[in-house]
Design a protein around this ligand. Structure first.
Ligand SMILES: [Zn+2]
Length: 173
């Protein structure tokens, strides 16, 4: 069984610097406007959990029977810590923590800060094996808004300028 990392400590100071209020609002609008079948609403999460913990009761009808079948083969509920986990599936060897839509921003932000602003691909790599309910396009959308990454990119584009010149000068001597 895969062990889940404990939730990282919130880093409020750098969170404020990384994503402005308007960037966060734009991201929430983006989520609303691009409904994904991977999104898990609070209601859907509650439904899955009730199907899992209620498994001794006979299903009311065929629909509930197949819903329960799907839930049991796709998810596991850890009642002690109130964590819903997606079971291993194709492309995912370990269990992943289910993230409801309202928490997508917080999770991407945390993982992006933990990666020390390593970029879209690194942030996505950290998320895809740990969490269920977040799409790659959402990670890319939000990381593009990171103001610290923008500053780093600006510094990089200025940074190598001097060394290149000095190398050219050296070669001419
Ligand atoms: Zn960043």
């Amino acid at each position: 069984m895969a062990t889940l990392q404990p939730p990282p400590a919130p880093d409020a100071a750098s969170a404020i610097q990384a994503f402005s209020t308007s960037a966060r609002q734009a991201f929430e609008d983006f989520l609303e406007g691009h409904s994904s079948r991977y999104h898990i609403s609070r209601q859907k999460r509650a439904n899955i959990i009730s199907l899992l913990i209620d498994d001794q009761r006979a299903p009311i009808n065929q629909i509930e029977h197949s819903q329960r079948h799907h839930a049991v083969h796709s998810f596991r509920y850890d009642a002690a810590s109130d964590i819903l986990l997606a079971l291993p599936s194709e492309g995912h060897s370990g269990e992943r923590q289910v993230v409801v839509q309202e928490e997508i921003f917080k999770v991407i932000e945390q993982e992006h800060l933990l990666s020390k602003h390593a970029g879209q691909n690194m942030t996505w790599a950290a998320i895809r094996n740990t969490y269920y309910g977040i799409a790659r396009g959402e990670v890319e959308y939000l990381v593009k808004q990171c103001e610290i990454c923008h500053k780093k990119a600006l510094n990089r584009s200025r940074g190598p300028f001097i060394p290149i010149i000095s190398t050219e000068l050296f070669e001419r001597v």
